[in-house]
Design a protein around this ligand. Structure first.
Ligand code: ADP
Ligand code: MG
Length: 443
């Protein structure tokens, strides 16, 4: 086939897919020959061939045929080599890959304290870190802030670095991924971007809830994801909630995420917090020589600071710093004093709004109906349940509660509370509901 015809096909493709895509994907190709319905195209690397074949293959075939060729299939060659399948992407690490793959030295499996709430996540992370054949893909870790997701992910990267130095391991947070994607689009470097992410052996993406509402980035993430999973490359992903609960995440991504192993890190319990504090204390011995901590202090912290491990560590750190300054043994009184702000913030205060929200969810009614004027049984009963819970679980007065229930009078609240008090005795369904809701709210 004459060059002029290929030039025409290229011009048609440019018109069809736009100058940007054309420049990245079609321009680097050249036509080698066409025989027996197969058009052979030379691509600069296997990735381009692969991508073009999947994305633009049909269009190219169409335009070749319009130029009078009878082509049914495309075949890509790389640097004169025979086919795409045999040629692997370059094995050497791109520079930036090495740069962002440095795991945080503090976050290792050794420094991770295992307890009931995180034992599954820990076991799964350990398994992946062995670097053996992939048994579950992706590993999806989720849980609230400060429960150790990032720690575990770095630990995996760390251990793989030691056990399997031959593997390309990339740790990246989802917002870095978004940033890189946008920069690549802007700088017309999509090809480098794709190749960069698709040449890794283990991809670790932290905090993917940041992809919420970012459609085009999600699309790219999805392609990267599929490309790696198809090649049996391990993916490890984290978010602050379960895949199904991430808003605006495309259904395709959700279902792919759920195909692997989904493990959650539960909120810490007292034993785990105490264990973490003891482990931390050992590391402080060298940093703050001579500082003494009275018995009962760690227990006090583990009991009072239940929000997240980061805050817990911060508190211990502050105590040590103070103790070394004043040269005294840290006592519980001193801890109370020096950590009063943290302790206050950790005292969980339940709000009327939270209660209303939880109760409307439980009974599957709209929040606006709970607060609104309608008095049908199906709305009035949940409303009274919410009033009762507000009275029991908060320190708000009846008039204050009334105001938050669509400006109702305090006598209405009183009536509602009494009604539920009565029903609790006679109606076991209501009694169960109250117990369930109370536990959910106090958790
Ligand atoms: P997340 O990513 O879930 O928000 P991180 O992994 O950043 O939480 O953890 C917050 C801090 O708590 C880190 O300093 C981490 O080392 C520490 N931490 C969390 N869980 C544990 C644990 N089980 N053992 C030791 N340290 C922990
Ligand atoms: Mg994190």
């Amino acid at each position: 086939m004459a060059n002029v015809e290929w030039e025409q096909v290229k011009a048609d493709m440019r018109a069809a897919i736009g100058a940007g895509n054309f420049k990245s994907w079609i321009e680097p190709l050249s036509l080698v020959n066409t025989t027996e319905g197969v058009a052979r195209l030379a691509a600069p690397n296997p990735f381009v061939g692969d991508y073009v074949g999947k994305t633009y293959g049909d269009q190219i075939i169409y335009h070749l045929n319009r130029q009078g060729m009878s082509v049914q299939r495309l075949a890509f060659e790389i640097d004169g080599a025979a086919n795409t399948a045999a040629a692997k992407p370059a094995a050497k690490k791109p520079k930036s890959l090495t740069a962002d793959a440095q795991p945080d030295q503090r976050f290792t499996f050794d420094s991770f304290v295992v307890g009931k709430p995180n034992e599954l996540a820990h076991a799964a992370a350990k398994r992946v870190a062995e670097g053996g054949p992939t048994t579950f893909n992706p590993l999806f870790l989720y849980g609230g802030v400060g429960l150790g997701k990032t720690h575990l992910m770095h630990a995996i990267a760390h251990e793989l670095g030691e056990k399997r130095p031959d593997l390309n391991v990339l740790y990246i947070s989802a917002d870095q991924f978004i940033y890189r994607f946008i920069s690549a689009l802007r700088d017309r470097k999509m090809m480098d971007f794709k190749q960069h992410f698709r040449s890794v052996d283990v991809l670790i993406v932290d905090d993917i809830q940041f992809l919420e509402g970012k459609e085009s980035t999600q699309e790219e993430f999805f392609h990267t994801f599929n490309a790696l999973v198809d090649q049996n490359k391990q993916l490890i992903i984290s978010a602050d909630r379960a895949p199904g609960e991430i808003r605006d995440l495309s259904e395709r991504i959700k279902s792919r995420l759920q195909c692997g192993l989904v493990v959650d890190l539960h909120p810490t319990d007292y034993e785990l917090r105490l264990g973490i504090l003891h482990a931390k204390q050992e590391t402080y011995v060298n940093v703050y020589p001579g500082v003494e901590i009275a018995t009962g202090v760690l227990e006090f912290l583990a009991h009072r600071i239940s929000s997240n491990v980061r805050v817990l560590e911060g508190a211990l750190n502050r105590l040590y710093a103070l103790a070394s300054l004043v040269g005294r043994t840290v006592t519980v009184e001193m801890a109370q004093d020096c950590l009063s702000d943290i302790l206050r913030a950790s005292d969980r205060k339940l709000t009327i709004e939270e209660i209303q929200r939880k109760v409307s969810e439980h009974y599957d009614i709209r929040l606006s109906d709970m607060l609104g004027p309608k008095r049908t049984r199906s709305l009035a009963r949940p409303r009274q349940v919410a009033m009762w819970l507000c009275k029991q679980l908060t320190s708000r007065s009846l008039p204050e509660i009334g105001r938050k229930f669509g400006k109702r009078d305090h006598t209405t609240i009183m009536h509602g509370v009494r009604k539920i008090d009565e029903l609790r005795q006679s109606d076991s369904q209501i009694a169960d509901d109250l117990e369930l809701l109370r536990r959910a709210l106090e958790d």
